[in-house]
Design a protein around this ligand. Structure first.
Ligand SMILES: [Zn+2]
Length: 466
């Protein structure tokens, strides 16, 4: 927005003068000079008051002389009643303004055209504040958010307001995903996309994982708990591309990778999506979001995951030509667990494990299976490993994957799971309903995917209830 900088400079000068007078009076009274923090906070509070008043004055001043009749959205006619005061909660706190109010239509609905014009809902939070409340809500637990927000905004916002604004962001994301799902099931739309696909990534990765969320509905006072505590899977999906980590930025672990003839890669352009839902439903989200990154059109589509069957079933269903890779670290862990169970003697264990890890690294899965089979009589751990390596053999051709320069670790989606689920949904004091957990997670996933502004724009353009 453009405004006259000279007028602003004049206002700044006036504010400086006000503070100078106040400080000099204090010095004269012999109560000392305030330190910079006190001046800063004083100015912030003054600026907030200015903003609060200016926003209200601005809105009132935008009210033109009211027409006596206007069209009602129902097709009828609304009659001017009177000027009416309205309040909204803005980034400066509560703002009061006056605008023309219309009523008297047969449909019984009243209207204030100025509210419509600026997307204001009397009594509610403005879109500008909603964006900030949502940001706090995706980062901090709802009971901690008001404390943080008070420090930044300088006024109190309730826990419930933060919760409902954050969840609304998630609901918008959910709605956007639902529309995308409908859209990408339409044959005509899909054919049109094939003709004009836009940019197609030459090599694209998809990765899925799941993390447990504790569902424990809040119990209202005087009510019996109807539902018991329950653990549900939050499924997380990540689309991403990779780039080589520059030499100077390589970590110790990445330098070790180079010694093992692997190119250190890192993920970029990550797009996270999540839901608590059955695999079949999650598949629709997989397909729909895949269309936005042209996953099906990418000449090289690679899926990374652990051994979970639902993941590979979805990949086979929606992307039958994709290259499937079981996360290296999960595969390695199977060998480690087995070694611990099978070899009480440490040197024997180390020898076995080192040899077999190298065999696995070289993609010789059949040899790994034989070695595990040789241990099978010794217990369930070995039989479990045999099944795991047998079922995933084609997804463990690590020699070929490395030769092609593929990423073989699913760290990107696991880190997404941690950031979405562990770092937010598992904060102390968190009590979730399924809807609350899903909406908060979706809002957080949008933020982590660099899509927060899109949600804020949507929130800003919401059609308001009349
Ligand atoms: Zn009407």
């Amino acid at each position: 927005m453009n405004y006259n900088i000279e007028t602003i400079n004049g206002l700044a000068q006036q504010l400086a003068e006000i503070f100078k007078v106040a400080v000099m009076e204090r010095q004269k009274a012999g109560t000392g000079t305030p330190l910079i923090a006190e001046i800063e906070n004083g100015m912030r509070e003054a600026l907030r008051q200015i903003g609060k008043q200016a926003l209200g004055m601005f809105l009132s001043s935008m009210q033109a002389t009211p027409d006596s009749e206007i069209d009602c959205p129902c097709g009828g006619e609304l009659h001017y009643q009177r000027m009416r005061t309205a309040k909204v909660i803005s980034v400066f706190g509560r703002v009061t303004y006056e605008r023309a109010y219309y009523a008297g239509c047969g449909c019984q609905q009243g209207q204030a055209p100025l509210d419509e014009q600026f997307g204001l809902e009397p009594g509610a939070v403005t879109a500008g504040l909603a964006a900030l409340l949502g940001l706090a809500g995706i980062e901090f637990s709802y009971d901690q958010s008001p404390k943080w927000l008070q420090a930044y905004l300088l006024f109190d916002v309730s826990e419930n307001t933060v919760r409902s604004e954050t969840e609304q962001m998630g609901a918008l994301q959910a709605q956007q995903e639902e529309e995308l799902i409908q859209h990408t099931q339409d044959e005509v739309v899909l054919q049109e996309r094939q003709r004009h696909p836009g940019s197609v990534p030459p090599r694209l990765y998809g990765s899925m994982d799941a993390a447990k969320v504790r569902i424990q509905p809040r119990i209202k006072q005087g009510q019996e708990a109807e539902e018991h505590e329950d653990w549900r899977d939050m499924k997380v999906l990540c689309w991403f591309e990779t780039e080589t980590v520059p030499l100077a930025q390589r970590s110790k672990r990445q330098r070790q990778k180079v010694q093992r003839e692997q190119i250190p890669l890192r993920a970029k352009n990550m797009r996270y999506f999540c839901d608590i839902t059955e695999a079949e439903n999650f598949g629709k989200l997989l397909w729909a979001t895949g269309c936005t990154v042209n996953a099906d059109l990418s000449p090289e589509l690679i899926f990374l995951g652990d051994g979970a069957v639902w993941i590979w079933n979805l990949v086979a269903k929606y992307y039958p030509n994709a290259i499937q890779i079981v996360d290296w670290y999960h595969a390695e862990e199977y060998l480690e667990d087995l070694a611990v169970a099978a070899f009480p003697d440490l040197s024997e264990r180390t020898a076995w494990l080192e040899g077999l890890t190298q065999t696995l690294w070289d993609g010789q899965v059949e040899q790994v299976i034989s070695a595990c089979k040789a241990l099978a009589p010794s217990g369930g751990e070995a039989r479990k490993a045999v099944t795991y390596f047998y079922n995933n053999a084609e997804r463990m051709r690590y020699d070929q994957f490395r030769a092609a320069g593929y990423m073989i670790g699913s760290g990107t989606v696991e880190s997404g799971c941690k950031q979405i689920v562990t770092h937010r949904l598992k904060l102390p004091g968190a009590q979730w309903t399924v809807t609350g957990a899903v909406q908060t997670a979706k809002a957080r996933a949008a933020w982590l995917s660099g899509q927060w502004q899109t949600l804020c724009d949507q929130r800003s353009a919401l059609p308001l209830a009349i």
